[in-house]
Write a protein that binds this ligand. Structure first.
Ligand code: HEM
Ligand code: ISQ
Length: 154
């Protein structure tokens, strides 16, 4: 039961194969989110504050890559500890930031779908139902941990 060593290996293996193209991957990830939920663009201050086209925005790729890296780390934590073990202070910060920018449950769903689609297209030769489940579980648990802290800062 819980998150297995095999599941962790599926996530880590696919991430190791994807990360050399992480910039391109991050851009694709963002574009997928905005295709499904165009209004989500408004949430990101660094896109609104900028005059350059989306794909040239210097902050876009590093931001998107962070979500991949954190989901991969979540997989490692779930296997080791059975839960997401981000520092409480960083979870509080993440929760407060996402609350402040108006992120809601539907955004988490769209982002999950876009993440899985992006991985499927990046490593088609590795992709399997088991790999999809492993990434989905790691993402869901990370998202749940963030959502618990999504409230006004106290
Ligand atoms: C900011 C991670 C889900 C929208 C951030 C930051 C991180 C992060 C690390 C930077 C925090 C900071 O600057 O203090 C994650 C992870 C997610 C997730 C790991 C899922 C497990 C989402 C979703 C949305 C979203 C679903 C909405 C589509 C934003 C926005 C910001 C942000 C709008 C602030 C960007 C800005 O500075 O303008 N996220 N995020 N995030 N995230 Fe997420
Ligand atoms: C969520 N939070 C921060 C950055 C992101 C980049 C791409 C997709 C989702 C994100």
């Amino acid at each position: 039961s819980g998150f297995t060593e095999e599941q962790e290996a599926l996530v880590v293996k696919s991430w190791n194969s994807m990360k050399k193209n992480s910039g391109e991957l991050g851009l694709k990830f963002f574009i997928k989110i905005f295709e499904i939920a165009p209004s989500a663009k408004k949430l990101f201050s660094f896109l609104n504050d900028s005059d350059v086209p989306l794909e040239q925005n210097p902050k876009l790729k590093p931001h998107a890559v962070t979500v991949f890296v954190m989901t991969c780390e979540s997989a490692v934590q779930l296997r080791k500890a059975g839960k997401v073990t981000l520092k409480e202070s960083s979870l509080k910060d993440l929760g407060a930031t996402h609350f402040k920018y108006g992120v809601v449950d539907e955004h988490f769903e769209v982002t999950k779908y876009a993440l899985l689609e992006t991985i499927k297209e990046a490593v088609p030769e590795m992709w399997s139902p088991e790999m999809k489940n492993a990434w989905a579980e790691a993402y869901d648990q990370l998202a749940a941990a963030i959502k618990i802290e999504m409230k006004p800062p106290s």
